[in-house]
Design a protein around this ligand. Sequence first.
Ligand code: BGC
Length: 251
Amino acid sequence: MLGIGVDFGGTGIKGAVVDLDAGELAASRHRIPTPDPSAPDAVAATITEVVAAAVGEVPCDGPVGIAVPGVVTAGVVRTAANIDDRWIGTDGRALLAASLRRDVVLLNDADAAGIAEMRFGAGAGRDGVVMLLTLGTGIGSALFVDGKLVPNTELGHLVMWGGSAEEQASAKARKDEGLDWEAWVETRVNPYLAYVEALFWPDLIVVSGGISKEPERFFPYLETRAEIVPAELKNNAGIVGAAAAAREAHG
Ligand code: BGC
């Protein structure tokens, strides 16, 4: 079965038709830079363009799943740490359904990536407490208990170093501050993981986000009590998970 997934990120809006049996893209990934400012109307227009390009390549009826970098409850975006503030309180599901003329499922980006990894990747078949962390522009989290998602956990906003942990420990922070991989892991990521582990005691941690494409750069320095593994769907987890969530909700 095919589905359509879109990942609204800090720098790019990416979408594709997804093969939901195989858990991978059915054709190419279409990407347009995220509008600046990333206000709801501009982003909706860009998402509509991305979806048109994707279904122009592989025709696909049905709903669109959209992963967004903020808390989403009942289709409404509630936070906007790394996107335009006008998203807060916006009924993104209604806005995008009108623009796409399709049913839409809106969900948090880390939750979408987590759904994909639990179904098709590093978390497949894993019970207990599984936590996915995306290290990108911010830090996103997805928490699963015996395979069931606890949505919107927002563990990137645990308070550390006097602010949101993501400000110091995200992949963006590493780049902005010119830290090498070892210094970043030892002074930022390991203390962050220790705090998360002290609070949640996960059995498995899956590290997702763009940097999971090159785990050899930083995995050797990670220190955790739990087993920790790189994501398997790499950069496409958000798209695949969003498409899966939309099919599940709308058939
Ligand atoms: C947002 C989360 C999001 C994460 C990764 C954080 O700043 O609050 O909702 O999952 O960034 O994009």
